[in-house]
Write a protein that binds this ligand. Structure first.
Ligand code: COA
Length: 161
């Protein structure tokens, strides 16, 4: 079975992430969305809530699973029996960091390949922090967040103001 892991903070999942997951679900037998708390970021949403948002947004896709991980990404891949790290590239500014990460992960585990999907043009500007910022300032986030979770994300953001 050809399994890909799509790692990230997903704080919260956006339509940009969902676009990558949907396209990857057509390319791989299974896509495991790996949710972690990035040590360099202070998350707005609890890990369990972020995972719940991803599960509900991807419920229509039969071959997508959501799991938590801590520690090294390559160890999580071993646990999931996966050989592919999936990443979305939005702009050339993503490239330098992503290329470094791909090389580090290759060094740590030579069997693992990092596969980059180019972000769809309409989502190249999007990130979770952009959505959090717009939501925090009372702007409309409906075009950025999957419809299945929009009301709950809005409610949760209001509660955190
Ligand atoms: N659409 C929309 N937004 C996207 C996107 C897409 N296609 N692709 C990335 N983004 C956003 C993310 O939401 C994130 O937004 P934020 O900064 O506002 O939170 C931003 O772009 C950066 O994404 P990314 O670099 O993937 O950061 P992340 O925090 O989501 O995930 C890990 C980082 C999990 C991939 C990385 O920290 C990791 O692998 N950690 C494990 C430890 C390890 O093994 N390290 C390697 C050895 S040093």
């Amino acid at each position: 079975m050809n399994i890909a892991v799509y790692p990230g903070s997903f704080d919260p999942i956006t339509n940009g992430h969902l676009d990558i997951i949907r396209r990857a679900a057509k390319l791989y037998d299974k896509v495991v969305v790996g949710v972690l708390t990035n040590a360099s970021k202070q998350p707005m949403f609890e890990k369990s809530q972020r995972a719940d948002f991803i599960r509900r947004s991807t419920a229509a896709l039969g071959n997508v699973e959501v799991a938590f991980f801590e520690g090294l990404l390559v160890d999580f891949l071993k646990k999931e029996n996966a050989k592919v790290i999936l990443k979305g590239l939005r702009a050339t500014s993503d490239f330098e960091y992503e290329f470094q990460m791909a090389l580090v992960n290759k060094q740590l585990c030579p069997d693992v390949e990092t596969v980059f999907l180019s972000s769809s043009a309409k989502y190249t500007f999007l990130s979770s922090s952009v959505v959090r910022e717009i939501g925090r300032l009372g702007g409309d986030i409906s075009m950025f967040i999957p419809a299945e979770i929009l009301d709950d994300v809005k409610t949760a953001m209001t509660a955190k103001k």
